[in-house]
Design a protein around this ligand. Structure first.
Ligand SMILES: *Cc1c(COP(=O)(O)O)cnc(C)c1O
Length: 458
């Protein structure tokens, strides 16, 4: 997160709380919020749906049905009669519809990390065949750690190398005759910066490279056009904006023209062309189902389907494009209100100010001269005590990563992160959250010792 990205506050016409309430009253998407269980009624402002989405009301009843009827009564027959075996592709088709992909192109399986491993391995294998001199994976130093860890391990195993750039502007020039794969997360988990997928796919292809996108913070939050924008591979997460529940299965997509060339490195039986032949030799299924490894996690898939359905419910109301427009209005309001109400506390905007470059979150950092610099964690804890849930992301400690991967100075800034989920976040939630943040800062509440006690999961 280079300092150059810390944008000055944008000033916009100021609003009143009544106007925020009026925006909610006039919002055609507002009824979608009723699909969710809201802890403490409206007493909790949840700005962390980018980390774990809310629980859809439908989920508990659906899980009860799967457990009691399909498992309890149907037992093993439910693999056929309840459609269990088709869940990875059935739910995959629903997610594909949110991402500009077609039916049969996307499958739900495993975790994002494991899917990254499978797809990056497949992409490297294609390049090894077509262009053996291409042995470099290009990514960003600020990418989510699991993405970098998976790439490090595959590169080590396959004698490739990982080239990390420090800013989005360096990506195009890092692509060359040695590049096998450009592996990027579309929305940066720290800054919320959004990449233009179409232009980066074009740049990668012009250089002869394949592209692999992590859509963890894109799926369910903003429109993605995998096919139209020319992507090659994509993975993403089920428990963030897709509301699939803690540890929900993830997804994998491959451009249809490439899938039959993909070698699945985790060649489990359920990616086999005919698993119930119990043949000795592995023979991959045609199409995306070859990306499945083992038995589908039926309970987790049932919960994920409820989460995905909560997004599909927006279709008659303008779908993902309407959700994106609301998300931008919400993040704009948050940015404007923080500038207005938190002035003088040294908060800087760590997310892009330009709408076209901002995902569905707003990240803030404290200026090094601010009294609260180094206390981002305590500020977030004090806010949680006031009923506003955002989260904290630590900067990279120097020396925590080996060799060339030591974080740049600017990655060391701790951030406060506020995700807005346009399915259920209201304008008045954003308004009230900023009032609480202003109060935490004005009263120095973060100085109280209990707010600095670190929990295992931040
Ligand atoms: C949340 C997230 C993941 C999570 O990976 P898991 O394997 O589900 O733990 C991966 N990549 C990015 C960019 C993320 O934001």
């Amino acid at each position: 997160m280079p300092t150059a990205e810390l944008k000055p506050w944008s000033r916009q016409a100021l609003m009143t709380r009544e106007q925020a309430l009026a925006l909610d009253a006039a919002d055609p998407l507002a009824p979608l919020r009723e699909q969710f269980h809201l802890p403490r009624g409206d007493g909790l402002i949840y700005l962390d749906g980018n980390s774990l989405g809310l629980l859809p009301r439908a989920t508990a009843a659906r899980l009860q049905q799967v457990v009691v009827d399909e498992w309890g009564e149907g037992l093993i027959g439910s693999w056929n009669s309840a459609g269990w075996m088709a869940m990875p592709t059935r739910i995959g088709d629903k997610i594909a519809a949110l991402l500009g992909a077609g039916p049969g192109e996307l499958v739900v399986a495993d975790s994002t990390s494991v899917n990254l491993f499978k797809l990056l391995s497949a992409a490297l294998a294609i390049q090894r065949q077509d262009a053996p001199a291409r042995r470099v994976v290009v990514s960003e130093r600020s990418n989510f750690p699991t993405d970098l860890y998976i790439a490090q391990s595959l590169c080590r195993e396959q004698g490739c190398s990982l080239k990390l750039v420090d800013s989005p502007g360096q990506i195009a020039e890092a692509l060359g005759a040695d590049t096998a794969v450009l592996m990027l997360t579309q929305v940066n988990y720290r800054s919320g910066r959004l990449h233009d997928m179409a232009s980066l796919n074009a740049a990668a292809h012009a250089a002869g490279a394949l592209t692999l996108w992590d859509l963890a913070h894109s799926a369910g939050a903003l429109p993605v056009s995998l096919n139209a924008d020319g992507a090659d591979f994509a993975v993403g997460c089920g428990y963030k904006f897709l509301n699939g529940g803690p540890g929900a299965p993830a997804f994998a997509w491959v451009r249809p023209a490439l899938i039959d060339r993909c070698v699945q490195p985790l060649s489990g039986w359920l990616g086999h062309a005919a698993p119930f032949d119990f043949a000795t030799e592995y023979r991959p299924a045609t199409g995306i189902t070859r990306m499945i490894c083992g038995t589908p996690p039926v309970l987790a898939l049932a919960a994920l389907e409820c989460g995905v359905d909560s997004l599909l419910a927006a279709e008659p109301l303008g779908g993902i494009a309407a959700l994106r427009a609301k998300s931008l209005a919400l993040t704009r309001l948050l940015i404007t209100r923080v500038a207005e109400r938190c002035a003088g506390h040294g908060l800087l905007l760590a997310s892009p100010d330009a709408d076209a470059q901002r995902g569905s979150q707003v990240s803030l950092v404290f200026d090094p001269t601010s009294e609260a610099c180094g206390a981002a964690y305590a500020v977030v804890q004090a806010l949680i005590e006031r009923g506003v849930v955002g989260d904290f992301r630590a900067g990279s400690p120097v020396g925590s990563l080996a060799g060339s991967l030591v974080g740049s100075a600017d990655d060391r800034a701790d951030i406060l992160r506020f995700g807005v989920a346009p399915l259920y976040t209201r304008f008045v939630d954003v308004w009230d959250a900023v009032e609480q943040l202003a109060a935490v800062l004005a009263h120095g509440e973060w100085r109280q010792a209990r707010h600095s006690l670190r929990a295992g999961v931040t």
